[in-house]
Design a protein around this ligand. Structure first.
Ligand code: FES
Ligand SMILES: [Fe+2]
Length: 440
């Protein structure tokens, strides 16, 4: 069968009425993905954003007011007062909870009405009214909230790279005027690293990351990883980049040059892509700083924070539009896909198998929840340390293409299978795996 090649100059005849993919891109309460995301803790602000005044925030399409009361507890309440709807953004932070500016209704951080202004304390209104509220946990400069059903609240997870192993954790938050998914799925699109960050815009993240790579994908206990394996001079460099479902991601050293041996070196950031609504999102997380992760001191702590990060191409404000056009980065590529990228309009190729896999995994989870099966929590106990699978390994060896591929697979297998071991044991296990390739 022969297929006729489409004719040129077909602009007029192109289909225009493309459908969205709401199952993965719409996140309001009651939507399939919105409900799925509401089964997890998400960072909603940096602690430093909350002053003595309440802070209006948007999360998953909900307008909320975040505050720290005078006893030091954080509250996250529905914006509109349960009395007659004034915004609690103008409320007065109290010793415990917050008092609406309009008639003085006083709410505890869990939404309990402590006092209904001038109404009798034992009157019926206090017994009847409960205001919408969500629990908040502060962790290392970030404020996490759980917006799901209170009876399904999962344990708060602590990922292993958050442990103190000599890295400094610096909170950051970056906003973007587009749907959350196009930011998140970029992390399973390693092909763009060579094209966008090396060939098109010049070297944005290290010379070695521009070297052609063998890429494979596989599921992990928390979601999926991509396995990148490159030959760099006399070394073979393996990197595993991880998506922690539903919306977190880790990656290795930003400016890795693979110039010396290392085994199971951990992540340079942990971040969550949190939908504010369907057409805007915030990437919130920690940059991890250490000499091992950045031996040439290319990072800059003073650039990490609100709407700012110390690597290129992540915001609209850091460069002129012309500079962004000449040297586009992740921000330009992701935001320019549109407010909500239309999946039906795309032509996914073999190089998009990571993106396709990530969407498939998310869709599976979303569909399972719709069928009544709750997702497995990331942690089984409160504040349990959860093993993750992001790392860089650089090993001195001269391997042919097939061996290099086998090397990448073997390291990734060890990384995945060592999740129940200590960090030191995992380093040793990866090194032992590498050693089996010595002299091959
Ligand atoms: S509107 Fe808030 S107390 Fe009346
Ligand atoms: Fe990128």
């Amino acid at each position: 069968m022969t297929t006729e090649r489409p004719q040129g100059f077909s602009g007029y005849h192109r289909q225009q009425d493309w459908a969205e993919d709401p199952e993965l891109t719409h996140t309001d309460r009651g939507t399939p993905c919105g409900e799925y995301l509401r089964r997890y803790w998400h960072p909603v602000a940096m602690t430093e954003e909350v002053t003595d005044l309440p802070l209006l925030v948007k999360v998953l399409g909900e307008e909320l007011v975040l505050f720290k009361d005078k006893s030091g507890e954080f509250g996250l309440l529905h914006k509109h007062c349960s009395h007659r709807g004034a915004s609690l953004e103008f409320g007065i932070v109290a010793d415990h909870g917050i008092i609406c500016c309009y008639h003085g209704w006083h709410y505890a951080i869990d939404g309990t009405l402590i006092r209904a202004g001038s109404e009798r304390e034992d009157g019926p209104i206090c017994k009847k009214v409960i205001h919408g509220a969500y629990p908040v946990i502060e962790k290392d400069g970030l404020l996490f909230a759980y917006l799901g059903p209170s009876e399904l609240r999962p344990p708060f997870p602590v990922f292993d790279t958050q442990a103190d192993y000599g890295v400094e954790k610096v909170p950051f938050s970056l906003s973007a005027p587009c749907n959350w998914l196009q930011i998140y799925e970029n992390t399973q699109d390693p092909v763009h690293v060579v094209h966008l960050h090396s060939n098109v815009s010049g070297i944005q993240f290290g010379v070695a990351s521009g070297v052609d790579q063998i890429i494979e994908y596989q599921d992990s206990p928390l979601g999926m990883i991509n396995i990148q394996t490159r030959e760099v001079n006399q070394f073979v460099w393996n990197r595993t980049v991880e998506s922690i479902l539903p919306n977190a991601n880790q990656t290795g050293a930003i400016w890795e040059e693979a110039q010396s041996e290392k085994f199971f070196q951990r992540s340079s950031l942990l971040r969550w892509v949190v939908p504010l609504d369907n057409t805007s999102a915030r990437t919130i997380g920690w940059r991890y700083l250490s000499v091992e992760l950045d031996p040439d001191h290319q990072g800059n702590r003073s650039q990490i924070g609100k709407e700012s990060i110390d690597f290129i191409g992540q915001t609209a404000t850091e460069r002129s539009h012309e500079e962004a056009q000449r040297y586009p980065g992740d921000y330009e590529a992701q935001v320019s896909q549109g407010a909500i990228a239309i999946h039906e309009r795309e032509n996914l190729a073999s190089s998009d198998s990571g993106v396709a896999r990530l969407r498939r995994l998310l869709r599976q989870r979303v569909t399972e929840l719709q069928a009544g099966n709750e997702p497995t929590p990331q942690a089984q106990r409160e504040a349990e340390t959860v093993s993750t699978y992001t790392q860089d390994t650089v090993f001195r060896a001269c391997l042919g293409t097939d061996q290099r591929k086998a090397f990448g697979q073997a390291v990734a297998k060890t990384v995945i299978n060592s999740g129940d071991k200590s960090p030191e044991e995992r380093v040793l296990m990866v090194k032992q795996t590498c050693d089996t390739f010595e002299g091959t």
